[in-house]
Design a binder for this molecule. Structure first.
Ligand code: PLP
Length: 420
């Protein structure tokens, strides 16, 4: 084990949050871009990976690689153990009651599509309703639109206010006896808003509707407890929470997963196959057809260990300090307007600058070594809500610090100089 890995394991024992030490665990952050130190402010698109995750994945390939659930040989048994250990880590991370409630998928997008095409297709009828919010990512909109086209169900949308907070009274009004599913994001990828999930679940359950939470942007920042939230489904992506791409999780209540039809057919999701009849496997395997992303799951498990070692509360407190610093610094930039000013939010700062297109902002900042995201952020209906085609977005991670924000503000001054 490297020093950096063992450093992770002892980090929570040290007083305070040593962001410089955290940064050293992310080798990519040490590089220069166009001769300038990298300032990475695009963690909401994808987070950087700590050495502990990279090493866990290379260790798997170097020492343990074999297909899972199939072989009787040593390596296959070992790979299966590691893969299933990763599932247990996810169970702990989400505080799920049963390990069978954890389905490995490609990411949040696949998790939402899985629920729409299995639970949704089996349960929804003409005239039923799916309720989402106005701040959803396309991956929590389009799968429901497809389901509505297939079933005759109707998509309804709960509005938000100008600060980017859900209008709970409106949401309550929109949940009725025909509402079968409420699908909302825990945290907005554009506004940073943290939604009141427990309350939304209460309102939905009171009308007999099931609730799916898109946790893609919550998992890296918040302590997640699916039992305390009371949700029926929870989706997340490994790559947003310091793990690799191509792996994500669908949490589903056991009784729902048991009753749901399978998603894709293939190896591993069956108990027996004949040309006359196939008997499906039990969850979670029923939903994991084909060779899974074993190394991805192991990397995700290492990311969960990494988050636990830092401490979700310590990360959140640190990110809130940098967020407050950033909000103040950006508010002082002439002509800058922040989009998304909810009282409860994570470190996602969307903004527009008077008279300058967000893509120009992103391109000029890039030459300064500063990585931000520009565009519609896969949330075009939300952009329309604010009367915008695009924004610039700086987003924070556990390694972000005040110097990153100072660099951003200095970069924005250069952007404004170019357009003066
Ligand atoms: N939901 C939200 C809120 C997101 O921010 C994203 C990704 O940006 C997704 C869903 C989709 O995640 P993925 O592309 O990892 O499936």
């Amino acid at each position: 084990m490297s020093d950096l890995q063992s450093g992770v394991q002892t980090l929570h024992l040290t007083a305070g949050y040593d962001v410089e030490r955290v940064r050293r665990m992310f080798p990519i952050l040490a590089q220069q871009i166009y001769g300038k130190p990298l300032i990475y402010l695009d963690s909401a698109a994808t987070s950087q990976k700590p050495l502990a995750v990279i090493e866990a994945m290379s260790h798997f390939f170097l020492q343990e690689n074999a297909n899972v659930h199939r072989g009787v040989h040593y390596l296959s048994v070992r790979a299966t153990e590691e893969y299933e250990k990763a599932r247990s880590k996810v169970q702990g991370f989400l505080n799920a009651e049963h390990v069978e409630e954890i389905v490995f998928v490609r990411g949040t997008t696949e998790a939402v599509n899985l629920v729409a095409q299995t639970y949704g297709k089996a349960q929804l009828r003409d005239g039923d309703e799916v309720l989402i919010s106005a701040m959803e990512h396309h991956s929590n909109i389009v799968p429901w639109q497809m389901l509505c086209e297939q079933t005759g169900a109707r998509l309804r949308v709960a509005p938000i206010d100008d600060a980017g907070e859900l209008l709970l009274d409106e949401l309550e009004r929109l949940i009725g006896p025909r509402t079968r599913l409420v699908a909302v994001t825990h945290v907005s990828n554009v506004l940073g808003t943290i939604n009141p999930i427990r309350r939304i679940v209460e309102l939905a359950h009171a009308q007999g509707a099931r609730v799916l939470i898109d946790g893609a942007q919550a998992a890296p920042h918040l302590k997640i407890d699916v039992r305390a939230l009371g949700c029926d489904f929870y989706a997340l992506s490994g790559h947003k929470m310091y793990g690799p791409t191509g792996i994500g999780v669908l949490y589903g209540r056991r009784e729902l997963l048991d009753a749901m039809p399978p998603y894709q057919g293939g190896g591993d999701m069956i108990l027996s196959v004949s040309f006359e009849k196939t008997i499906y496997n039990k969850p979670p395997y029923k939903f994991e057809a084909g060779t899974p992303n074993m190394v991805g799951a192991i990397g995700l498990g290492a990311a969960i260990d990494f988050l636990a070692a830092l401490g979700p509360e310590a990360i959140a407190a640190h990110e809130q300090r940098v967020l407050a610093y950033a909000q103040k610094a950006l508010a002082a930039v002439p002509g800058l307007r922040l989009i998304g000013t909810a009282a409860q939010k994570v470190g996602v700062l969307s903004f527009v600058l008077d008279g300058i297109h967000p893509h120009d902002i992103g391109t000029i900042l890039d030459r300064e070594g500063i990585a931000i995201r520009t565009g519609h952020h896969c949330a075009q209906p939300l952009m329309n809500r604010f009367g915008l085609a695009a924004t610039a977005r700086a987003s924070l991670g556990c390694y972000s610090n005040e110097q990153d924000i100072d660099g951003l503000v200095a970069g924005l001054a250069k952007v404004q100089e170019v357009f003066r």
